[in-house]
Design a protein. Structure first.
Length: 455
């Protein structure tokens, strides 16, 4: 399997090189040069680890299979259930629980694997990396827990200061390993993301400081997330699948789109947003234009620029890299794109979308709890809301975070706090460690230079 950029300037990369590159050197995103087809019957009865191996090996041919199995086993041994991503049925919906990893969010499924993969690859190549990423809440803590204490790695994570949940902030800032740097940026997540992308596009700086990515711009993140779509399909026992996915960055739902391209019988991907609704407007009206980021109960979706959108745009454009580059250049200039006619109809064959405001979110948490006794977090609630709106039977809803990560929202909805896992309860007593920086590319660059030169 070889990899290329959505913008056409990079091609014929093997998996490991694509993984280490993160963002393509031409500014595009890495995608596989071909999409493999799978035989569902050969996968149907596998446990999670073996299913992950069978899917990973379709995309990875430069890591020995025994080593790949070891990496998978090590990564998912940190989860609190052997199922890794259990599926439960509640009130006519399937809930795919993606929060059984060490930070209680779906990002652990990919980032536990990425942490071990980084350590493995760097040791093989006798080199080092400095990981740079932005987070709207969960990616940061999951990346930190995946990489803390790893050899030959430093990690710099940007998050919007005072715009993530208290638990999300504590999970990031209470990690005291010397290779971890938490940068609280005076701005929004989109500002953090723009800073990271700008730094990666400075190729001299990127090469000088051996920068690597863990955000969902890294193809390995998408690959790891593809697995649980297959797993949920097999566990649910449905013939044709409908998935409802709360998303802001388009990464999680893009993994579902890739699973569909590989042959998983997905009838529809239901895209759930909160009030930050650029993706809702794109699917329903062809309007991909930025707005002001609104603070909501689901901070991981408080995003107005979806970093994985370019990957979908590549396939929507029939893999025309020249057209993708034109469109992304236009978006950089104008902050908007318009899709109409047959192109919009093509989008709507794959997706439908619903928007859950704050009141919708609280009402869904309350209603679902009263009817089932099951508590969903605010992000999952957006997905449940969208699934109910869509009206299909047996929808599989991705539950992306444990409700204890958002206790105040749960209290507002049901009048009680959710039970806290011990690992979350213990955060309150730990020391915090972070650096508050201005909304500035130069300020972040100077911080990185200072810390790495000092090291």
């Amino acid at each position: 399997m070889k990899y290329k950029s959505t913008r056409g300037g990079v091609s014929d990369l093997n998996f490991t090189d694509a993984f280490l590159m993160g963002l393509a050197t031409d500014g595009g995103l890495i995608v596989p040069q071909t999409i493999p087809n799978v035989d569902l019957d050969n996968l149907r009865d596998l446990d999670y680890n073996n299913l992950a191996f069978e899917i990973f090996r379709l995309f990875i041919d430069d890591i020995p299979y025994n080593d790949l199995r070891t990496l998978i086993g090590k990564s998912y041994s940190t989860f609190d259930t052997q199922e890794v991503t259990p599926v439960v049925k509640k009130n006519g919906l399937f809930i795919l629980e993606l929060f059984h990893g060490p930070t209680f969010a779906f990002k652990d499924v990919a980032l536990q694997f990425l942490g071990n993969l980084f350590e493995y690859v760097l040791k093989k190549r006798n080199t080092y990396v400095n990981v740079l990423g932005a987070t709207s809440g969960d990616t940061g803590s999951a990346a930190i827990y995946g990489l803390k204490g790893k050899e030959n790695i430093n990690i710099f994570i940007l998050h919007p200061h005072n715009k993530v949940s208290k638990v999300q902030e504590l999970q990031m800032t209470t990690v005291e390993d010397v290779n971890v740097y938490n940068l609280a940026i005076e701005g929004t997540f989109d500002d953090c993301q723009a800073i990271v992308k700008s730094i990666f596009n400075d190729l001299k700086f990127k090469e000088k400081y051996h920068l690597a990515a863990v955000n969902s711009i890294n193809w390995a993140r998408i690959l790891a997330q593809i697995v649980y779509y297959f797993y949920a399909y097999f566990k649910s026992g449905v013939d044709k699948a409908y998935f409802s996915v709360p998303t802001g960055n388009f990464g999680d739902i893009f993994a579902g789109y890739m699973a569909k391209r590989m042959g998983l019988p997905i009838e529809k991907l239901i895209l759930a947003t909160n009030s930050n609704d650029i993706l809702y407007r794109f699917v329903n009206y062809g309007d991909y234009s930025t707005g002001k980021v609104v603070k909501t109960l689901s901070p991981s979706m408080d995003i107005q620029v979806a970093s994985n959108f370019e990957r979908y745009l590549y396939y929507l454009s029939d893999e025309n890299s020249i057209r993708v580059k034109e469109l992304m250049d236009e978006f950089t200039r104008t902050k908007k794109l318009k899709f109409e006619g047959d192109l919009l109809k093509k989008v709507q064959l794959d997706f439908e979308s619903y928007r859950a405001g704050v009141e919708d979110t609280l009402a869904t948490i309350k209603r679902f709890y009263e009817e089932t006794g099951y508590i969903v977090d605010p992000h999952t609630a957006a997905g449940v809301f969208a699934a109910i709106k869509a009206g299909y039977r047996d929808v599989i809803c991705l539950s992306t975070a444990h409700p204890a990560k958002f206790p105040d929202a749960i209290m507002d909805a049901i009048g009680a706090y959710p039970e806290k896992p011990r690992a979350i309860s213990e955060l309150e007593d730990k020391n915090k460690r972070m650096w508050v920086l201005g909304n500035s590319v130069d300020e972040v660059k100077k911080f990185i230079e200072k810390k790495l030169q000092k090291g």
